[in-house]
Design a protein around this ligand. Structure first.
Ligand code: ZN
Length: 241
């Protein structure tokens, strides 16, 4: 399959539910773009305060740990800034408050490319998983914020009136969909940064070598299909007009 013309955004914004989500799916692309001069920002919507089986750690301590892990991973990748909302892990809903928070960041950062998870993935029978409801909510709220809420000045008028945030058109969406893709990014030069970024999420990696091996194999499979050593795959939507 012919790839679409290569994206070289000046500014890109990854939006996800949890610390580590973006690093699994797109950190090779993030590191490549950052090295090429793209300003990449992360927006993490939940505080990740339920992502542990360790009964000795408090939710507040886990939040602090996971934020620090995400910031360490972002530093490895060359991410310019990581922005956090504080929605409870496991409780993210597609609400107007979440959409407003995302629209605010889109209008502030003003990215050409927004990256998030495809909210249409409910489960995969083949791969044996249910997509986390926070992932679906983050993806859905992001799509809604990109179009039309960040774009139209009469949506969330308080953002313009009270915060001076002008509307913004996002040009391209890159969605993580575990089955479908129409755009491939060669990450052969940044696969090791991806491995190091994953390693930064210590609290989420009970078996880091196994996780790294699985992610390396996935990137190699995507690479084989694309004629590269390693790649990441996306469903790309170039938003018309
Ligand atoms: Zn997650």
């Amino acid at each position: 399959m012919a790839n679409k013309p290569e994206l070289k955004p000046k500014i890109a914004l990854g939006i996800a539910a949890h610390p580590d989500d973006l690093d699994y799916g797109m950190s090779g692309t993030v590191a490549k773009w950052a090295a090429e001069g793209t300003d990449v920002y992360y927006l993490i919507l939940t505080n990740g305060n339920k992502g542990s089986a360790d009964r000795s750690i408090s939710p507040a301590a886990l939040t602090a740990t996971r934020r620090a892990e995400q910031q360490a991973a972002a530093k490895v990748l060359g991410v310019k800034d990581v922005l956090f909302c504080d929605y409870d892990d496991g409780m993210l809903e597609v609400t107007m408050d979440v959409k407003r928070d995302i629209a605010r960041i889109i209008r502030t950062v003003r990215p050409e490319v927004v990256m998030t998870m495809d909210p249409s993935v409910l489960y995969s029978a083949d791969q044996g998983f249910i997509n986390h409801p926070d992932h679906r909510a983050a993806g859905q709220a992001t799509l809604d914020a990109v179009f039309p809420l960040a774009r139209d000045y009469m949506s969330f008028p308080e953002l313009l009136r009270d915060e001076g945030l002008e509307p913004h058109n996002v040009s391209t969406l890159l969605l993580l969909n575990f089955n479908l893709h129409n755009y491939v990014v060669n990450i052969s030069d940044t696969i090791e940064q991806k491995m190091t970024a994953l390693a930064a999420h210590t609290s989420q990696m009970p078996d880091l070598p196994a996780t790294q091996a699985r992610m390396r194999q996935r990137a190699a499979l995507a690479g084989t299909a694309a004629g590269a050593e390693y790649a990441e795959e996306f469903l790309r939507i170039d938003i018309a007009g």
